[in-house]
Design a protein around this ligand. Structure first.
Ligand SMILES: Nc1ncnc2c1ncn2[C@@H]1O[C@H](COP(=O)(O)OP(=O)(O)OP(=O)(O)O)[C@@H](O)[C@H]1O
Ligand SMILES: [Mg+2]
Length: 247
């Protein structure tokens, strides 16, 4: 069960891409609890990725405040934001973003090397354990081009979790996968969400994917339109998530 103190709290957060005069996110307030799984849906261009970039400390808001783990990150400089990301947040993207000249195991270790400048003791063991957990222990020395899309995304999940983040930001993680591989990825994310008390915020166009979440937020034109809570009963009929109830 999620705790009651927010892991991340956004208060009236806005983001404008000034050179193009686009108000991508307009006065959005959200609280995400530790261990909570939140999905964001909405039409293309409504601001989902922009919002995830703010939540994931990749980008800074123009207005409003963001508190992560009790610390305000609104005014942090780029170096401090990088540290927050490196210590507390993992990312999974639609296009996997693995480094083509690095092996699977090297790709998983990249976040550790970027943040600490060197491999921490035990990191490789942890990388191998994660690889096993995503079912790819026999692919450690493969290169990304030698993997299927679903396998690449499983490596990306292992990479996102190597530094034991408290939040996973997933931007359309199943967008490039067929239904079966998409389900495998969502099952994995859900397992890590439950087992590690990992909070997850995921943008998706897929209704099926959104039902893996505890809550589904609907965005429209840069604002949050509505919120739907996914009920336990709604996940029974197919053995997986299948329907939701509005609050
Ligand atoms: N770097 C940028 N510079 C200027 N405008 C941008 C930038 N990134 C996004 N936008 C614009 O901001 C708006 C929101 O984009 P965003 O990528 O957040 O939408 P989205 O909901 O993630 O869409 P999709 O479902 O297609 O991924 C769009 O109008 C987009 O054109
Ligand atoms: Mg997007």
């Amino acid at each position: 069960m999620p705790e009651t103190e927010s892991l991340i709290s956004l208060d009236k957060v806005s983001k404008c891409y000034k050179t193009h005069h686009i108000d991508a996110v307009k006065g959005v307030s959200i609280d995400i609890l530790p261990g909570e799984f939140v999905a964001i849906m909405g039409p293309s261009g409504c601001g989902k990725s922009t919002l995830l970039n703010l939540i994931g400390a990749i980008d800074k808001p123009d207005a409003g405040s963001i508190i992560f783990g009790g610390q305000s990150i609104t005014q942090l400089d780029d170096e401090a934001l990088t540290r927050v990301r490196g210590e507390k947040i993992g990312f999974v993207f639609q296009s996997f973003n693995l480094l083509p000249t690095f092996s699977v195991i090297e790709n998983i270790l990249v976040p550790i090397e970027l943040i600490k400048g060197k491999q921490l003791k035990g990191s490789e063991d942890r990388a191998r354990a994660l690889l096993k957990r995503v079912g790819l222990e026999n692919r450690a020395n493969f290169f990304p081009a030698q993997l299927s899309g679903g396998e690449m995304q499983r490596v990306a999940i292992a990479r996102a979790l190597i530094h034991e983040p408290r939040l996973l930001v997933a931007d359309e993680p199943t967008g490039n996968l067929d239904t079966q591989n998409g389900e495998k990825i969502l099952d994995l994310i859900k397992e890590f969400n439950r087992d590690l008390k990992l909070a997850v915020i995921m943008a998706t166009h897929s209704r099926e994917a959104s039902l893996y979440a505890d809550r589904v937020l609907l965005m429209k034109d840069g604002t949050l339109e509505s919120e739907t809570r996914v009920t336990a009963a709604s996940t029974l009929s197919t053995g997986g998530p299948s329907a939701a109830e509005s609050d």
